[in-house]
Design a protein around this ligand. Sequence first.
Ligand code: GLA
Length: 409
Amino acid sequence: MAAALRWALVAAVAVVAVVALDNGVARTPPMGWLHWERFLCGTDCAAEPDSCVSERLFTEMADVMVAEGWKEAGYEFVCIDDCWMAPTRDERGRLQADPRRFPGGIRALADYVHSKGLKLGIYSDVGNRTCAGFPGSYGHYELDAQTFASWGVDLLKFDGCNADSLGLLAEGYRNMSLALNKTGRPIVYSCEWPFYLRPVQQPNYTEIKQYCNHWRNFYDVYDSWNSIKSIVEWTALHQDSIVKIAGPGGWNDPDMLVIGNFGLSWDQAVTQMAMWAIMAAPLFMSNDLRHMKPEAKWLLQNKEVIAINQDPLGKQGYRITKDKNFELWERPLSDRAYAVAVLNQQEIGGPQNFTFSLTFLGNGLACNPACCIQQILPTGRDWGVHNWVSSLSVEVNPTGTVLLKVVPL
Ligand code: GLA
């Protein structure tokens, strides 16, 4: 082969190697609702009819998503997590839903969800068993992908418990991706591959992005400030390797939004929403939409924050600096705009001011020669026109965040 041709081939392969999984979905971070953090593995529907993992839970959530503006705000996936299955496969080897908790089966549930203009997500595992001990997909990847597609499933969360070796973990994640593509149905593929790999081996994100639409890197989110804080800190500490890889078709997944539950104060809920927008995170709420306080609904449905999260440029944000208890983050947006977050980590005392020079933003370009600054969270406020040598002073509550949008003039 002529050297030039060989070089052209090498270059072509190198270009292919950085593209995302080409299944046409998740061009912006997917949005929806996922049962796990709030409803866990409740299987006793006689004792807990409102919160057990059952057909009713998902149809009720779909109803509320349409009736209460969630769908209109952009939340479109209704997702089932672990514990939906019967303890064994059917006589033809297919996964089946627990017949008592899902009497209509998953196909009927998908039809119902689709009739509401929403999409259905389901859960399985790369190993023999799911994390909660239900049947996993090991040895059945093709069959399970076909079963999910035949039911009309639109998203698969594929967990990584019980893979016997690192080789099987990687092979399983790859094979399920190929099996899903082979069905011809566009199915968002949600992975936990790097999370299960990381304790033993540095994940190859270029490869992971070729197979997955989003991927968990870190521990499960809990309904607590400690959990939110640790996810944000982990992301900042690893930003050099994970930020550049995110983009249309493939996203880092810091796990579910827990806003609207029990563990976060108002300021901490604002921080989760603001930081998940800065991090270009998939937005899957895990809460009870049937019983939602108006302020949690306001925050989760806030159009300006969602627009930042869904910005079409698809670049993930990063921490610019950490100054004592304050962190300054930015995310490049389309039309040369920037989202900026000022997070106050102090857990004692009252609100504090943070003053920063606008030359810090966008490598000096965000506000050059001038810009317009809009505050989005915790409340809307117009900060007016600034020039690139001016500074801005914002007051931030303990564990709270001020989220701004900086638009160049
Ligand atoms: C793992 C995942 C969670 C959830 C549970 C279900 O812990 O990380 O998100 O899916 O399994 O058992």
